[in-house]
Design a protein around this ligand. Structure first.
Ligand code: 9MR
Length: 469
């Protein structure tokens, strides 16, 4: 296993000047300002995520930051092929299941990483080729996507299949040598296994318009034209000391093909410009309405694969860095998503409201059967500004758990819902019904799901009612 990867920094077209000058662009900012990454991202209909190393889930400082700041997680290694199928046909989901359980208990959505990648293959797969490998690959995609079905917001179905440099061509690998159609075959298998997950292609050195990103762009365009099921493209964004001036334009050209884009593995070389580069990436995502979220590749500097680069947003002690503040400010300054009338609104994972600062009142010990609603309850927290609001709704399953839920909200006159995440809305004015999406409908007794919506007008006084199925 090659665990010592050479750090591949993005091609940097010097944009330092533009960044330092604050990238003069006009942003419509709202009066509200979140105080955590996840709240600020959620206010703008996005998620903010982190890659999680399984063994760190027992580190208090780490978990405190993870749950306070992030509402999306991805396994740094635990869902890769070597981890999930160490021997052919014998699957191990221990690490992946642990992360999913953590996410579900803390209102975080999960990105799945990665079904097929030329690295971190188990030894048995590395030594296979031809049709035997092709069928092992497809079985792997099917089995893993089926195991996690309904729990994954977006899968990196294929990771890093394009070559670096100027060719714009596929990378040579044992996977590629099974036939050029392996990527579309993988996407079709993943769709069949988990129709509710968004299916992404993910790669690095795609941080601007260059030969590699153009090769990928051409593949995505071809897939869309032939109906190959692809929903999103991940831009890893392992960055150096400056940001390409066409970073945003590159995201936008992919979005214009009809796919979501996501920043999937963000980390940035430390030094004087780190905060500016982080802010530039955040602004770019906020300015592209189909950019549904940002994930940093780890939590604190000392959790990062980049070691002494100090490439993340928190010091080891847990202190916030200047880069943290720059990202938070860029999230708060970003324009809200305004869904286009012809396309459905983005279904991004929703915001999680910060946990209450006072513990809930203690209730007398339960008798048998335990008290509490059989169905579900819902509560809302509102973030309002003149002319608009974001509602974060918490759904709590009653004693029987849920297979699905519906939440109804009656809006005041003049108010209307413009965007919804982690639920599907019916109607936009008057009484609006929100139904679970496939990854958050099944709740155990007492378990919480969160969704959100954005509206124009006033949301004052809305009272959600929940029914379970
Ligand atoms: O951060 C991951 C590190 O712990 C592993 O040793 C390494 C194995 O190759 O993979 C790292 O994560 C990579 C990700 O899965 C794909 N894009 C590049 C990331 C950094 O190398």
């Amino acid at each position: 296993m090659n665990h010592k990867r050479v750090l591949r920094l993005a091609v940097t077209v010097a944009a330092t000047g533009a960044l330092a000058a604050g990238m003069t662009m006009t942003l419509t900012s709202t009066a509200s300002a979140g105080t955590t990454l996840k709240a600020s991202a959620a206010e703008k209909g996005r998620y903010f995520g982190a890659a999680v190393a399984g063994q760190k889930l027992s580190d208090n400082t780490y978990v405190t930051i993870l749950n306070r700041e992030f509402n999306s997680v991805v396994a740094e290694n635990d869902m890769k092929w070597d981890a999930t199928e160490p021997q052919q046909g014998r699957f191990n989901y221990t690490g992946g299941d642990r992360l999913v359980a953590h996410a579900q208990a803390n209102g975080q959505s999960v990105r799945g990483h990665a079904l097929l990648w030329y690295q971190q293959q188990p030894g048995w797969a590395q030594s296979m080729s031809g049709s035997a490998l092709r069928s092992a690959m497809m079985n792997h995609v099917t089995q893993v996507a089926t195991h996690f079905k309904g729990k994954i917001y977006a899968w990196d179905v294929v990771n890093e299949a394009f070559a670096d440099g100027n060719s714009g061509a596929r990378r040579d690998s044992n996977l590629q040598r099974t036939g050029n159609d392996w990527i579309e075959a993988a996407f079709r298998a993943a769709r069949a296994a988990d129709p509710g997950a968004k299916l992404c292609y993910n790669d690095y050195n795609t941080d601007g318009i260059n030969a590699k990103s153009t090769g990928i762009y051409n593949m995505v365009r071809d897939f869309k034209s032939r109906g190959v099921p692809i929903d999103c493209v991940g831009f890893q964004s392992h960055l150096g000391t400056s940001l390409s001036s066409d970073y945003q334009a590159n995201l936008q050209r992919f979005a214009d093909l009809g796919v979501d884009v996501q920043i999937t593995e963000l980390d940035v070389m430390s030094g004087g410009n780190q905060a500016n580069v982080f802010a530039g990436v955040t602004r770019a995502c906020m300015n592209v309405s189909r950019c549904t979220g940002i994930t940093t590749w780890g939590v604190r500097d000392c959790d990062s694969w980049r070691g002494s680069d100090n490439a993340l947003l928190f010091e080891c002690s847990g202190n916030k860095k200047a880069a943290y503040t720059s990202v938070l400010n860029a999230l708060n300054a970003g324009p809200a998503i305004t869904p286009s009338p012809t396309t459905p609104g983005p279904t991004t994972p929703g915001p999680t409201t910060p946990p209450p600062t006072t513990p809930p009142p203690t209730t007398p010990p339960p008798t048998t059967p335990p008290p509490g609603p059989e169905g579900c309850t819902a509560s809302v927290s509102l973030n309002s500004w003149t002319g608009g609001f974001v509602a974060s709704v918490k759904v709590t399953a009653g004693s029987a758990g849920t297979n699905g839920w519906n939440v109804s909200v009656t809006l005041p006159g003049g108010a209307s819902v413009t965007n919804t995440w982690s639920a599907t809305a019916s109607g936009s004015t008057g009484t609006v019904r929100f139904a679970n999406v496939n990854y958050n409908g099944q709740l155990a007794a007492g378990q919480v799901a969160e969704f959100g919506f954005q509206g124009t007008g006033s949301g004052a006084g809305i009272t959600p009612t929940c029914t379970a199925s």
